[in-house]
Design a protein around this ligand. Structure first.
Ligand SMILES: NC(=O)c1ccc[n+]([C@@H]2O[C@H](COP(=O)([O-])OP(=O)(O)OC[C@H]3O[C@@H](n4cnc5c(N)ncnc54)[C@H](O)[C@@H]3O)[C@@H](O)[C@H]2O)c1
Length: 279
């Protein structure tokens, strides 16, 4: 299958890596050649590590990288059968891109968005053919985490949903189907739950270490909530909380004050070397 990934940042590079590793010729589109090259370098680094760990041979890596082409021109996506969008999380930018993709791609192409917090239906409605638009919500890091939420927007066709589902499954992922509701499945549940965990730190006067110990040993979580928020990034979690709270309005969905303070202090978790823990 000929695939395109639009935006080769954190998520897009990972999705392109999944695509080329699964054997698809893949076009990566970025806004500049420098950013496109940076996306390719990220993929090369990850595949290099896979070779070192003997999860892939050097020949397989080279073959996979040979399937990746880069462009800054949307017109180069015309022949793709599946386009996965992973650009900035802004409705206007995504709507503009989907309107353009709808005009230039072949009529049977499926157009998928990796949005976490926007409405897939609102993105789809910028096109003349909303039936071919779906959500494909990957989790970070996309090549590592198996789940992909295949999101059925108001007017998505069964064909488009099935194409996205089967593509994810053949790429070694574990897809599920769901409706286009705020937070879809995992974030709808996990964001308020993690916010509760952070509030309990102050309410119960418990340390991050003890809270993580409580949830790993008492609830069987594979990772403690503070370690998880540090991994996700305090800013990313706060943004997702604000988006969910803005849509559903439950007080638990609003980011706790402690996280807002950490964000203001620049303690964003692993990526800045400091969050609940020091790295
Ligand atoms: N980071 C996460 O944990 C995560 C998880 C799931 C979903 N998402 C979603 O994935 C999308 C991308 O997030 P990210 O974290 O990878 O962002 P990012 O900022 O790392 O990457 C976005 C990339 O898109 C490029 N871009 C912007 N406009 C473009 C355009 N018109 N055409 C081509 N490229 C364009 C930017 O240059 C940038 O490299 C967002 O919708 C986000 O909500 C993110």
């Amino acid at each position: 299958m000929k695939v395109a990934v639009v935006g080769l940042g954190t998520m897009g590079a990972g999705i392109a890596q999944i695509s080329i590793t699964a054997g698809h010729d893949t076009v990566g589109r970025e806004v500049t050649t420098e950013l496109a090259d940076r996306g390719r370098a990220t993929i090369e680094r990850y595949l290099g590590r896979a070779v070192e760990k003997e999860r892939m041979s050097a020949e397989e890596r080279d073959a996979a990288l040979g399937r990746l082409s880069l462009t800054t021109d949307v017109a180069d996506l015309a022949e793709c059968e599946l386009v996965v969008e992973a650009i900035v999380e802004e409705l206007d930018a995504k709507r503009e891109l989907f309107a353009e993709l709808d005009r230039i791609t072949r009529p049977d192409a499926v157009l998928a968005t990796n949005t976490s917090a926007l409405s897939v239906s609102e993105i789809a409605e910028a096109t003349e053919h909303p039936e071919r638009v779906v959500g494909m919500h990957f989790f970070n890091p996309a090549p590592v985490l198996p789940l992909v939420e295949i999101v059925r927007a108001r007017r998505s066709s069964d064909v488009a949903v099935n194409v996205a589902y089967q593509w994810a499954e053949r790429g070694g992922k574990r897809p599920i189907r769901c409706n286009d509701t705020p937070g879809f499945v995992v974030n709808r549940i996990l964001i308020p739950l993690l916010n509760d965990c952070v509030r309990v730190l102050d309410e119960a006067d418990v340390s991050p270490e003890d809270l993580d110990t409580a949830m790993t040993n008492g609830a069987g979580w594979p990772m403690g909530p503070c370690a998880l928020v540090d991994l996700v990034g305090i800013d990313v979690h706060v943004h997702a909380s604000e988006a969910l709270h803005g849509k559903l309005g439950e007080p638990r969905m609003a980011p706790p004050e402690r996280l807002l303070e950490m964000q203001r202090a620049g303690d964003l978790g692993r990526k800045t070397g400091r969050g609940f823990y020091t790295y």
